[in-house]
Design a protein around this ligand. Sequence first.
Ligand SMILES: N[C@@H](CCC(=O)N[C@@H](CS)C(=O)NCC(=O)O)C(=O)O
Length: 227
Amino acid sequence: MPDFPKRWPATNPGIIQLYTLPTPNGQKVSIMLEEIGLPYEAHQINIMEGDQFDEDYLKINPNNKIPSIIDPYGPNGEPISFMESGAILLYLAEKTGKLLPSDPAKRWETIQWLFFQVGHVGPMFGQFGHFYKYAADKTTDDYGMHRYRDESQRILGVLEKRLQDGRPWIMGDDLTVADIAIAPWIKGLDWYEGHDELGTNNYPLVEQYRGRFYDLPSVQRGSVVGG
Ligand SMILES: N[C@@H](CCC(=O)N[C@@H](CS)C(=O)NCC(=O)O)C(=O)O
């Protein structure tokens, strides 16, 4: 059995252990687990209280962030633990053969959109939220907020264009890890209360996409895990 962080003991050490909080990055993994139907046990890592710096937790997530997982039965039946939600989604998709197309071209296209979220959507929306809401009283200079607002708008435009042919999901008719990664970040914009500043009503297809995603029962269950 792997070394579980002592502060968060596993009740059922034979199933996947998830360390999380229902932020967009956290939701990505809990929604994935609900959608693919793998049994798991969730532990709340309260990043406002500094849980992410716990010495044992740093062994599975040296970057002190949520989410992380431990799979007691990883490759070759050996335990594996790791960080980075995009990597976790790919791992779980490969483990179960779900939410990642088997056709190579489609598979790589899906991975491309997953990386688009990891490299652009998350970091840019997150920085917009920081400057617009959380650090609004820390600077009188609008430069940072405007830079990340403009970049977030550009990204919303890319997604709007992708959905223009009427496809329900990023890859077409089938839900994939790309949606599991992207949609929680669209939903996450609510927290920043910056819809007017971003002009999100200029991206109606993205808004409908988000609604479609959060109507799924697996998403409703997964999006509150760790709260
Ligand atoms: N690229 C990482 C980002 C994870 C991340 O930024 N997590 C945030 C919450 S959404 C966090 O744990 N912050 C705690 C901290 O910065 O100390 C992933 O996708 O897993």
